[in-house]
Design a protein around this ligand. Structure first.
Ligand code: NAD
Length: 245
């Protein structure tokens, strides 16, 4: 479904990001795995050796425009185009308001929102020049309801929805589609950090009767990146088993 396309996946070293990387590679794309540290990126790329030259690693600071622009240019240089950006990197926290520091709030907003802006801008500049592309952001089911502690995380995901819808409208004229995937509770390191009691309570309330797997989310990323979604932009695609909590 993606043969001849090139994708960049931020936070591609593990969890949902690694599942997206594998799904894109299986479907013929060239993929750049973007992570925060050279060591973890190289480890992830080594695990994907079966895909040979179709994988590369980059590790720019996602909040620094110059570093991101140079890294994205290196991807275009290697593969000849830059067609898909999966803004997946994100961090969470459940600290209650009374203990929440400004530093913690800023850290979440930096990676979950500012980095999405910086990466989208860098990618859009390349995509506009080459005639189009696809940007897919990572929202969350908490972007509908908020959550009862850790206010920075849902706030950041509401912002991701706003950025997604705004950029979809702004970039449509440049043939760049912008959508977001909003996962429910998904089995990754991020979920492992949640108290089991909370995971059990959430799972029990999910109509499809289970938490999501990274593959469930990666399948949505494949659809939105592909031509099957050629008339879909500005959408927040919920992949959460109809969870309402
Ligand atoms: P994870 O913790 O397993 O992986 C996060 C990824 O982000 C890792 O690859 C990590 O290296 C990367 N990352 C962290 N800090 C970074 C930084 N400063 N610079 C670059 N990369 C950095 O998390 P996950 O569960 O796979 O989450 C991926 C995305 O899905 C996040 O945006 C998260 O908010 C979202 N999400 C997850 C769930 C869930 O239940 N797991 C639910 C809804 C949304």
């Amino acid at each position: 479904m993606l043969t001849g396309k090139t994708a960049i996946v931020t936070g591609g070293t593990r969890g949902i990001g690694l599942a997206i990387v594998k799904k894109y590679l299986e479907n013929g794309a060239n993929v750049a795995v973007a992570g925060s540290r050279q060591e973890t990126v190289e480890k992830a790329v080594a695990q994907l050796a079966e895909y040979g030259d179709r994988v590369m690693g980059i590790w720019p600071d996602l909040c620094v425009p110059q570093e991101v622009a140079e890294a994205f240019a290196s991807v275009k240089e290697k593969f000849g185009s830059m067609d898909i950006l999966a803004n997946n990197a994100g961090i969470s926290s459940r600290t209650g308001l009374y203990d929440y520091t400004v530093e913690e709030f800023s850290k979440i907003m930096d990676l979950n929102v500012k980095a999405v802006f910086v990466c989208s801008q860098a990618a859009a500049r390349i995509m506009k020049e080459q005639g189009g592309g696809v940007i897919i952001n990572t929202s969350s089911m908490v972007s509908l309801y908020g959550q009862p502690s850790g206010c920075g995380y849902p706030t950041s995901k509401f912002a991701v929805n706003g950025l997604t819808k705004s950029l979809a409208r702004e970039l449509a004229k440049d043939h760049i589609r912008v959508n977001a995937v909003a996962p429910g509770v998904t089995r990754t390191d991020m979920m492992a950090a949640l108290p089991q009691e909370l995971v059990d309570r959430i799972s029990a309330g999910i109509p499809l009767g289970r938490v999501g797997e990274p593959l469930d989310i990666a399948n949505a990323y494949l659809y939105l990146a592909s031509d099957l979604a050629s008339y879909v932009t500005g959408d927040i695609l919920h992949v959460d088993g109809a969870a309402m909590t």
